[in-house]
Design a protein around this ligand. Structure first.
Ligand SMILES: Nc1ncnc2c1ncn2[C@@H]1O[C@H](COP(=O)(O)OP(=O)(O)O)[C@@H](O)[C@H]1O
Ligand SMILES: [Mg+2]
Length: 367
């Protein structure tokens, strides 16, 4: 039973560069945790501290009941997959898979057995004799994952393992990874800047920005109940509409159109409304939270059109634009249309802090 815990982990390189700030989280058996965030937010530094390749400036790393904060990487029984794959170019695929086990003085027959098992899962048997230079990107990636899997490690760490693959292959290998790691029990910590990878692979996602955890939650809750503006804007494609609106009486004013606020005692002067393009629809009779606007841009995404609408009644100096995902069977160009914001999908954020407010508004909250 493996239980990995980071307690108030910090890493400081200099007074200016503090890539990791007070990260606390746990990962248990059967959990797949993804550290998701933009480039430079501290993902790799956090992973390298877990692996023992960097020493934390402050905080603790606990594995099971043991404090491993300053334990040598070789003594941690963790397997890491690097973005660069880190294969030995002069060794065959078989040797690449087996070499780590040989160093550990594992008996030959046991090595053969484990390499054969992993090679079968990853479909590497036919490639045993080849050198890394004779493999495609996807095949190299599989060998790198294979090197980690043969270890029977207590914890698996993967740093952007798909980022060197082209889009189609990335999708395929992503699905493979999901199946491979679903079939083993040890905790996985996965690093990516790609929200689709985070959403599809993980049981738990930690969204990082600027060294801090912004939200640590299930993929569904990250998507449906973003804790703040950063998470709301970072997760979801096309991006959530985020509009700063003035408040009047008990409504936020979207141009000429009042969007009712939840029942609260004091209404702030301004508020940020968030709504995903898929939750902005053509209004039907009886709909509430509606507004009218003119389409000024249509982007064909294949399954939908991403339609940009200029909201009627907004001032010239501060035009309001909302993007909606609409069906492709109509020509939306330059049309005047009435849309509705699906009431249960509206998010509200505080202007000063960026934190989500009235969170009971958020829908689809599942644990
Ligand atoms: N050895 C180092 N010395 C100084 N700064 C570093 C070092 N390693 C990383 N950094 C800085 O720390 C920040 C976080 O880096 P990193 O964890 O690699 O980000 P990510 O993996 O999220 O892209 C970046 O600003 C990076 O430039
Ligand atoms: Mg990185």
């Amino acid at each position: 039973m493996a239980h990995l815990e980071l307690k108030n982990l910090n890493k400081t390189y200099s007074s200016k560069v503090i890539p990791v700030k007070d990260i606390s989280l746990t990962v248990d058996d059967n959990e797949f945790l993804t550290l998701l965030g933009p480039s430079g937010c501290g993902k790799s530094t956090t992973l390298r501290m877990i692996a023992g390749l960097e020493e934390p400036t402050r905080g603790k790393i606990i594995l099971g009941n043991e404090d491993i904060t300053f334990k040598k990487p070789g003594d941690r029984n963790m397997a890491m997959v690097f973005q660069s794959y880190a294969l030995y170019p002069h060794m065959s695929v078989y040797e690449n898979l087996a070499s780590g086990l040989r160093l550990k003085k594992i008996p030959r027959t046991e090595i053969q057995k484990r390499v054969a098992e992993v090679a079968q899962i990853l479909g590497l048997e036919e490639l045993f004799q080849r050198k890394p230079g004779q493999l495609s990107g996807g095949q190299r990636q599989r060998v790198a994952v294979g090197r980690a899997l043969v270890r029977n490690a207590q914890v698996y760490l993967l740093d952007e393992p798909l980022s060197n693959l082209d889009a189609l292959l990335r999708e395929r290998v992503r699905a493979d990874l999901k199946q491979i790691f679903a079939g083993q029990k040890a905790p996985v910590v996965y690093v990516t800047h790609d929200q689709t990878e985070a959403m599809t692979l993980s049981t738990k996602v930690a969204v990082l920005n600027n060294g801090y955890i912004q939200q640590l939650d299930t993929p569904a809750r990250i998507y449906n109940s973003p804790a703040n503006l950063f998470v709301a804007g970072f997760v979801g494609s096309p991006q959530m509409n985020l509009l700063t609106l003035p408040c009047k009486n008990k409504s936020a004013m979207l141009g000429d159109f009042p969007i009712s606020l939840p029942d609260i005692p004091t209404v702030p002067p301004q508020i940020i409304l968030g709504i995903r393009p898929e939750n902005v629809c053509i209004a039907q009779p009886g709909d509430t939270q509606t507004f009218t606007g003119r389409v000024f841009l249509v982007e064909n995404l294949g399954m939908h059109n991403l339609v940009s609408v200029k909201v009627a009644g907004a001032s010239q100096s501060q035009p309001l634009t909302i993007r909606a995902l609409l069906p492709t069977d109509q020509n939306w160009n330059d049309q005047q249309i009435t849309l509705t914001l699906q009431p249960q999908s509206i998010h509200w954020f505080d202007v000063a802090s960026g934190d989500a407010v009235f969170c009971n508004q958020a829908v689809g909250v599942s644990s």
